[in-house]
Design a protein. Structure first.
Length: 62
């Protein structure tokens, strides 16, 4: 009997009952957006600082 297991959402492994891996195929390598997803964590903070700094120079002080 052969079981199919998905590992880490990117690798598909076909495993026999004794645990031996018959075939392992990489389904996805992450792509551009997955590699640069960390920038989404920093962009709100950068925007916050930019709004504060630019807002102080505006006519009505932001």
């Amino acid at each position: 009997m052969v079981n199919t297991i998905a590992l880490a959402q990117t690798v598909l492994a076909v495993v026999e009952e004794d645990g031996a891996v018959v075939e392992a195929v990489e389904l996805a390598s992450g792509g551009f957006f997955a590699q640069w997803a960390g920038i989404m964590l920093l962009s709100p903070f950068v925007a916050f600082i930019a709004i504060i700094l630019v807002g102080k120079r505006m006519k009505y002080n932001g």
